[in-house]
Design a protein around this ligand. Structure first.
Ligand SMILES: [Zn+2]
Length: 172
């Protein structure tokens, strides 16, 4: 789904579909990432945009076996959507699709020494009316990620929240 333009502009978040989102709006700040949440009928869409450094500790193509393994583990985990977010259990949401876009890890080159990763997960929920929030689990394993700027477009309107390891819960 596309996040409504007015919603994104209102929260000061760049267009998710710009060619190089983080650099386009200057959001590439190590330690900080953006999470966009959209609830529409039975579908929950989460989009994470993060400097690669937050998740991997480097922002270039892997050079050693250890770095290659770390990059593959990260991409695999994001694609499986495991242990990243805990959704309201009663809503019975299941991951329907996941896409990960990290050009520097996928054969592309980084611009200006920095690189970003964008991932999008789409869940299908059997009881979407019971879906009232999520807990971000990313902070547990990715210690370099200290702050998540979240923006929600949900059934009761839009809101923004700042999440961290001490405040990982997002309700809407
Ligand atoms: Zn960087």
């Amino acid at each position: 789904m596309r996040f409504p333009l007015v919603f994104l502009l209102g929260l000061g978040i760049g267009l998710a579909h710009a060619p190089c989102p983080a650099h386009a709006h200057g959001a590439h700040q190590h330690g900080v990432a953006q999470l966009m949440v959209a609830v529409e009928g039975p579908t929950l869409t989460l989009r994470l945009e993060s400097p690669l450094d937050n998740l991997l500790g480097f922002e270039r193509a892997p050079r050693t076996e250890k770095e290659r393994a770390a990059a593959e583990a990260l991409l695999g985990r994001l694609k499986r959507g495991e242990g990243l977010f805990a959704l309201t259990q009663a809503a019975e949401c299941a991951l329907a699709s996941a896409t990960v876009d990290a050009p520097v890890l996928q054969g592309g080159k980084a611009a200006a020494g920095h690189a970003d990763l964008a991932a999008e997960w789409r869940y299908s929920c059997r009881a979407p009316d019971k879906l009232t929030g999520l807990r971000v689990l990313l902070f547990r394993d990715y210690k370099r990620l200290t702050r998540l700027e979240a923006a929600v477009a949900g059934p009761r309107g839009q809101r923004a929240a700042r999440l961290s390891a001490r405040a990982p819960d997002l309700a809407w």
